[in-house]
Design a protein around this ligand. Structure first.
Ligand code: FES
Ligand code: FES
Length: 156
């Protein structure tokens, strides 16, 4: 099987895997990075949402062979800097968002990517933007998610 080299949470990694294996399973099973969750495996539930080069993506839809050595994958494990939680993570705690917690890493990563994109466009998050987040929460924590995203966005 071929080697694949890319960056994860600031470090370069090389894995040996079939090229069509999806990045979600490379991270979880080969690299032990389990923040991105497996929900559906078909790019629907968004539980695996993480960032590739700053953009929110579904890792279950990306063959590992598509990554280049300078591509930067960021998972929930790489969001905080140093000892400080990312402002969105802190907002999640402040609003006591999580219930079972399974969907929450994906929710936070989707929220951070969205707020950053809107900031780059020079505008603040709106209810219509929040409506566009498609991450499923089977526990129904949507109200608290929306409140936390608005609070986190104010501190980013
Ligand atoms: S596990 Fe990736 S979208 Fe559901
Ligand atoms: S908190 Fe349980 S699935 Fe979202």
């Amino acid at each position: 099987m071929p080697d694949h080299t890319f960056r994860v949470n600031g470090e370069q990694v090389t894995v040996n895997a079939s090229g069509d294996v999806r990045l979600l399973w490379v991270l979880r099973d080969l690299l032990g990075i389990t923040g991105p969750k497996y929900g559906c495996g078909i790019a629907v539930c968004q539980a695996c949402t993480s960032h590739v080069n700053g953009e929110a993506v579904n890792l279950c839809a990306i063959p590992v062979q598509d990554l280049r050595p300078d591509d930067e994958v960021t998972t929930i494990e790489g969001l905080a800097t140093g000892q400080e939680l990312h402002p969105m993570q802190q907002a999640w705690l402040d609003h006591d968002v999580a219930q079972c917690g399974y969907c929450q890493p994906g929710q936070i990563m989707a929220a951070v990517a969205l707020v950053r994109r809107l900031a780059a466009e020079g505008r603040e998050i709106t209810d219509a933007d929040l409506d566009g987040i498609r991450n499923i929460c089977r526990c129904g924590t949507y109200f608290r998610i929306r409140e936390a995203i608005k609070a986190g966005a104010r501190n980013m």
